[in-house]
Design a protein around this ligand. Sequence first.
Ligand SMILES: NC(=O)c1ccc[n+]([C@@H]2O[C@H](COP(=O)([O-])OP(=O)(O)OC[C@H]3O[C@@H](n4cnc5c(N)ncnc54)[C@H](OP(=O)(O)O)[C@@H]3O)[C@@H](O)[C@H]2O)c1
Ligand SMILES: *[C@@H]1O[C@H](CO)[C@@H](O)[C@H](O)[C@H]1NC(C)=O
Ligand SMILES: *[C@@H]1O[C@H](CO)[C@@H](O)[C@H](O)[C@H]1NC(C)=O
Ligand SMILES: *[C@@H]1O[C@H](CO)[C@@H](O)[C@H](O)[C@H]1NC(C)=O
Ligand SMILES: *[C@@H]1O[C@H](CO)[C@@H](O)[C@H](O)[C@H]1NC(C)=O
Length: 320
Amino acid sequence: MLSITTIIFLIIFVLVIAFKIYMKVTTGWCRSHTCLVGKTAIVTGANTGIGYDTALDFAKRGARVILACRDEGRAEEARVRIVEETGNKNIVVQLINMSSFESVRGFAKKINETEERLDILVNNAGAGGIGDKRSTDGHVLLMQINYLSAFLLTNLLIGLLKKTKGSRVVNVSSIAAKYARNFEVADVDKFPGIYSVYNYSKLCNILFTIELAKRLDGIETTTYSLHPGAVKTEIFRHAKGTSKFILNFLKNLFFKTSEEGAQTTIYCSVAKDIEKYNGAHFEDCQEVPAYITTRVPGLSKKLWDLTKDIVELKPEELLI
Ligand SMILES: NC(=O)c1ccc[n+]([C@@H]2O[C@H](COP(=O)([O-])OP(=O)(O)OC[C@H]3O[C@@H](n4cnc5c(N)ncnc54)[C@H](OP(=O)(O)O)[C@@H]3O)[C@@H](O)[C@H]2O)c1
Ligand SMILES: *[C@@H]1O[C@H](CO)[C@@H](O)[C@H](O)[C@H]1NC(C)=O
Ligand SMILES: *[C@@H]1O[C@H](CO)[C@@H](O)[C@H](O)[C@H]1NC(C)=O
Ligand SMILES: *[C@@H]1O[C@H](CO)[C@@H](O)[C@H](O)[C@H]1NC(C)=O
Ligand SMILES: *[C@@H]1O[C@H](CO)[C@@H](O)[C@H](O)[C@H]1NC(C)=O
């Protein structure tokens, strides 16, 4: 006879295995064979996690890949690993610190001066769990890293993107945007509370994409946003104590590997004939209905107009 504890243990074990199998089966893979020889891609936050696996995939496809990272040592380490694994030597590090508008401007200037084309811009760099810290520019740091700097960067590179036929802007957002309730555009520049700020920043990524899609003609440059899934990366590096223990436990048991987590970013960047989804949101390599929080009439335009003032875009930089 099996004891009751053994039976309960077995049931839990079977459920865990079943859930794990479900996760594996539903993970979307990018099956596209698109070759990127002669094309240039920028991936922000490319030294680790989803950004690293995205850059690695582009390198395998033959692209010139610009690893846009804040830490020179970590970035150089990633570059060497990518070159070794793919044999593609056309991989370069260009420093960018998303906590500082000055750094974003310096990066864009350098790219604009030295690159002839830009086929893919992946706004991937992101942070979580940094509380109510402020940036030296005076904004909520998490909002600046996850959204404001990506807005500024994309606008400063829009000339180069538009010049490159078929270019794409891909924004790594999150399903957290779905839970960003009661968001008002003014929240972009004030601290809405520790549990809302990440959700709000990820909602802004999507609203930005929607508005960008409207402003681009959809022929030369298109844009997509996505949720990568729950992915085993360093994103919880700032968690502490019990929550760190629980997050790490769940992460190791159930989360996607970062290679799996990069698939939807790769899909939106290279899959053929997805231009009809300009401005749409993706999960597991498929277009999904827009989250209810993004379907507020006029919200994306209001956010755009406020953001361009916050990041202090100059009149001559308003190209779209
Ligand atoms: N993991 C998930 O489950 C999950 C779920 C939904 C959405 N996402 C989104 O996926 C994206 C990638 O996250 P990940 O999971 O791969 O996390 P990660 O492993 O922590 O990687 C984040 C990347 O962003 C960079 N970064 C952070 N702050 C920066 C700054 N101020 N300036 C420049 N780069 C900065 C990091 O650089 P350093 O190494 O120098 O810190 C790192 O390269 C994020 O936008 C995140 O919100 C992740
Ligand atoms: C990024 O910029 C912020 C604000 O200027 C600064 O405090 C931080 O040290 C910088 N980080 C890196 C890695 O350069
Ligand atoms: C990029 O370069 C073009 C000319 O090559 C110039 O007109 C434009 O202002 C530059 N943009 C930025 C952001 O440096
Ligand atoms: C933020 O999103 C998470 C899911 O990612 C959700 O559990 C939480 O309730 C949301 N918080 C707020 C304040 O909207
Ligand atoms: C991607 O982010 C940029 C910068 O925030 C924004 O302008 C653009 O509209 C976004 N695209 C999508 C599809 O969310």
